[in-house]
Structures are given as C-alpha cells and as structure tokens.
Design a protein around this ligand. Structure first.
Ligand SMILES: [Zn+2]
Ligand SMILES: [Zn+2]
Length: 282
C-alpha cells in the first residue's frame, strides 16, 4: 500500500454535517419510521467523525487499526496513540514584539467527540435498526419504541451539532519522531508516546519496533524486533526479524547449512483450575 498523502484529506467532517442535517429532516418528515431513518444518519455521522479524527494520526496507527472500521476500534486506537485525542482543545496564539508587548489571539476551542460517548451511542442507535423481536413486541408497543428512538437520536444530534459547530477541528500540536520502516512506509510517533514506552508498529506491514533514546546522538533509534532460534542439530543461535517468523518461511543454519521451515502445530496445553489445585492439596 502506498503511504497516504497527508495533504489529501477525505472530507469526513462535511459528511458528518450532511448526515446530521438529513437526519434532522427525517425527524420533521411525515414518516412513521422517520426516527429510525434518523438513527441510521446519526450512526453514520458518528462514524464519519471517528474517521475524521483518525486521519490526523495516519502515520501513527497500527496495521490492525487501519483495517478496523468500527468507531470503537478506531477511537480506542486513537486514545492509545494520544490520550488527549478526544479531549476538548482550545488554541491561543501569542505574539511578543521586541519592546515586550504581548498579544494573544484566542482561536477558539473544539469540543471533540468523546470516545466513551461515541461507543455508547453507536450501540444504542444500532439497537433501533432491527425489527423488534417477538418478546419486545409483547413488552413495548410500537409507538413507544419509535418514541424512544426519537428521544435517543435527538440527544445524539444535539451533541454532534455542538461538536460540528466548532470552527476549529483537525488541530494537533505534536512533536513527531519519524523513521522509515523496512517496507519503506513512514512510521511516526509523538515524543510523549515514545517516552511512555508504548508499542510501535508499522501501519502498513505491522512490523514491530523496539526503540531507545541515544543520548550521544540526541535522537530515538528504532530497530525491528528480533526473534531468536537455535539450530536443533548444531545449537548455533540465530536472530532474525520477528516479522519474518511465519509459517512456510525457510531459514538456513549458518553453522551446519541445514534448512528449516517455520510451521505452526496444534498442541494440547494442560488447564490448571482452582478446583484441580485444591484436589492436589493433601
Ligand atoms: Zn512496514
Ligand atoms: Zn546447525
């Protein structure tokens, strides 16, 4: 996969606004199922805002998250990369002239969509996008169900409109450290992320990297994680890129030239339970 172009950004933000507007129209329409259609628009708007945020972190996410599509996957990954990813932000620019005069311009704030809220609402809205089960029809009249859907979706639209009304979005103040993966893809992580010792992997191939700060060179050094294996014949130890350790990969022993293949096999593992532990006790 070619590296994404940070300048070509998909306009998820407008899509989210369009869904909120369309959903609001559905609520006004003379349609018995208007609230159900509005729930679908609200869900799509939540997804659009999750992916919009995701675009700010394209070089910093894991390969699994790139393949993930639910707001839950996406937002959980964002929180791992940047614990402030879903916190409200406010931006102020300060100027200071030579004679010491200071001026600050407040660029406003952005009440970003919260991860817990997005996950909860995405699920809640989804519950209205199915036929009610037979048991539900016995417990709750149709009109009550549609009324609950309307109440929930209005609550969601209110919060989405608050988030979308902000003139400021897609803003990050970060100190990125970037290096090239062996697959030629750019991998970036914020300095705070690295200082916290979190896991670094390539968004494209999934290769894991270890890293440390080189005091002499004053920079982080990254090294693909290694896996070691010992030749069963001559016991020579070898180290290879852990990414290469997968079924049907061949390796050759440098000591005796014997070739081996990595494979997976099903094994039985003993289950130790609290009960069997207590039975063993004399
Ligand atoms: Zn890679
Ligand atoms: Zn050997």
């Amino acid at each position: 996969m070619p590296p994404p172009d940070p300048n070509s950004r998909y306009d998820y933000h407008s899509r989210a606004s369009t869904h909120v507007k369309a959903g609001r129209e559905q609520l006004k329409a003379d349609d018995r199922f208007g609230s159900i259609h509005a729930c679908l628009h609200a869900r799509l708007a939540i997804e659009a805002l999750a992916y919009d945020l995701f675009q700010d972190y394209l070089f910093e996410v894991s390969a699994e998250a790139m393949a993930g599509w639910t707001p839950k996957d996406v937002l959980n990954e964002l929180l791992y990369i940047d614990s402030e990813a879903c916190s409200p932000i406010s931006v102020t620019i300060g100027f200071q002239s030579e004679d010491g005069y200071r001026q600050e311009i407040d660029l406003g704030g952005n009440p970003r969509m919260r991860v817990a809220w997005a996950r909860k609402m995405h699920n809640a809205l989804g519950s209205f996008l199915h036929q009610p089960t037979v048991r539900q029809t016995m417990r709750e009249p149709d009109a009550d169900l549609l009324g609950r859907a309307r109440q929930k979706v209005e609550e969601v639209f209110e919060e989405l409109e608050r988030v979308l009304a902000s003139p400021l979005w897609s803003f990050r103040a970060h100190r990125l450290v970037t290096f090239k993966c062996k697959c030629d893809y750019s991998v970036s992580r914020d300095t705070d992320f690295l200082l916290a010792g979190k896991r670094v992997s390539c968004s494209n191939c999934g290769r894991l990297y270890g890293y440390q700060f080189d005091e002499e060179r004053k920079r982080f050094e990254f090294r693909a994680q290694l896996a070691s294996w010992a030749c069963p014949d001559c016991r020579t130890m070898h180290a290879i890129d852990a990414y290469e350790v997968k079924p049907e990969t061949f390796v050759e022993c440098s000591g005796c030239s014997q070739k081996f293949e990595f494979s997976t096999k099903t094994v039985l593992t003993r289950v130790i339970s609290a009960e069997s532990d207590s039975n063993d006790t004399p």
